[in-house]
Write a protein that binds this ligand. Sequence first.
Ligand code: SF4
Length: 363
Amino acid sequence: MSKHVLLVEPRYYTRYPPLGLLKLSSYHKKIGDTTELVRGTTTHVSREPNIIYVTSLFTWAWKPVWEAVRFYSILFPKADLWLGGLYASLMPEHATLSGVNPKRIFKGIFTEAEDLCPDYSLVPDWNKKVSASIIFSSRGCIRSCTFCAVPRIEGKMKAEKSSIRHLIWPGHKRVILFDNNFLASSKWESVLKEIEELDLRVDFNQGLDARLISDRVAKKISRVKIDRFVRLSYDYIGMGSYVRKAINLLKSNGIDGRNILVYALYNFTDSPQDLFTRIKNTLSWGAVSYPMRYQPTNTLSKNTYVAPKWDEIRLNAVQRARRVIGSGGAFPPYEGMLKVKVEKCHTFDEAFNEFMKPLEVIQ
Ligand code: SF4
């Protein structure tokens, strides 16, 4: 008998639609069920559901997840309520305290829905305003960076698709690749070729692995329409030579440095001076630097962890500089910024004090 499925996205901040829930919708519709998507806690539900799926995201956004679990458990006590998503996968014991039946916590990826086109009919605003299909052309990763949750949740590289055509919603003009390490997929080239043939804009959302960018790779990347930035990461100082080479190759293949954004992880095993060096290097190589604060994969409160080599004052200095001089939180390689503020400084403290002064009063 056909079932009614209620898909719940808790009320936390996110820029993207709940991909897992949209895939579950496609899965249930395929077997003859009906679905509806709600955000937060609401009694405006079209009819009593048989199944409720509550999703979750970052561990620090656990409160709205608990709220949703409790609210819908009381509203629909007869329904089977499942809790899945990132927080549920990383901290199932903590998630159990929300009151969800421990047997109804789903960890990891629901593979039966993985290859289905997400049901974007549930997010008409997204279709109208953003018009993008979010796609994993692969799962997992070839690396095992200790600050990253991917090795724990998805493990080694797998599920590499040679075609993503079937995952693109009719009418969408863009694809957002959520692959953890797109270039590590053995099928990246055919996926890129397909994107080029379909004339879609592409956002390599999770960044490209600088260590895998060769001249051939850079050429292929330069042939697709990039959605604003090619993102790389410069997680530790030892990656410098790879990042520099990748930036040079991308630039020599026609990609403007101002469209190459390099994440600089900080507040992990690095020191403030180390972060400053990475920012300075990135700007001197002509790309945009984006400092990104490390959050432990099981933190219950964002921006509270302070790494051994950092302190609150310096962490706040980075936040302030990103707000005051950054462009969307990033440091662009503008002449003024690079020449006046960065090149003349030698230490983190000197630079971040300098960042706070207006450009015109600096001699
Ligand atoms: S390369 Fe990226 S996705 Fe892979 S383990 Fe490292 S941080 Fe995670």
